[in-house]
Design a protein around this ligand. Structure first.
Ligand SMILES: [Fe+2]
Ligand SMILES: [Fe+2]
Length: 192
């Protein structure tokens, strides 16, 4: 492994462990959001994108809190991934006890659950369009406990707070990032 894994390395790793289409799309959605925030903050887009793409690579095989990331971070270390990237990846789950003390860590946490929530919000639209998901509708759905109940609302709110971006602005920003890869997420307007 060269010093810095490339996007190709990241995709190879993700697909070695994951074939669930929803999880692959989750990685792509988080990657797009990480890239967009890296550009906004003047950070390194490539590394942020790679971190986003692989952050859940071990989840399909290790979905419990006893295993997810415990296994993944060990594999990343064994394969020579940069320790600071592995730390950012570990920090997206509170139970790993790794502080989110870098912009990349705060951003990964802030976008992770929101990408899932926005995907759910697009999928209930007749046109499945991610670009057309409205901030007001997302805020309403965040209060509706029955909607996308797997998404932790607290994490979405806390993530935006830790990042220092107002929730509505954060929702719009992540939505627009996801919309740039709408085809790969299979959330394009139906009549496109
Ligand atoms: Fe995760
Ligand atoms: Fe995730």
């Amino acid at each position: 492994m060269p010093e810095k894994p490339s996007r190709e390395d990241a995709w190879a790793l993700l697909t070695e462990f994951t074939d669930n289409p929803s999880l692959l799309k989750h990685g792509l959605g988080v990657e797009a959001a990480m890239r967009a925030y890296a550009r906004r903050f003047g950070e390194d887009e490539e590394s942020w994108g790679v971190i986003g793409l692989v952050h859940d690579f071990d989840y399909q095989q290790n979905p419990t809190i006893d295993a997810h990331l415990h296994v993944g971070t060990r594999i990343l270390a064994e394969r020579g991934w940069p320790a600071d990237w592995v730390r950012v990846i570990a920090s997206h789950a509170d139970y790993m006890g790794v502080p989110r003390d870098t912009p990349a860590a705060r951003t990964l946490f802030a976008v992770d659950e929101l990408v899932g929530f926005l995907t759910a919000a697009a999928l209930v639209r007749p046109d499945r369009s991610i670009a057309a998901v409205e901030v007001s509708s997302v805020k309403k759905k965040l209060k509706d406990k029955a909607f996308a109940r797997g998404v932790n609302r607290d994490d979405v709110r806390r993530g935006a707070e830790e990042l220092g971006v107002e929730l509505g602005e954060h929702v719009a920003f992540v939505r627009d990032a996801m919309a740039t890869i709408a085809d790969r997420l299979e959330l394009p307007p139906r009549d496109s």
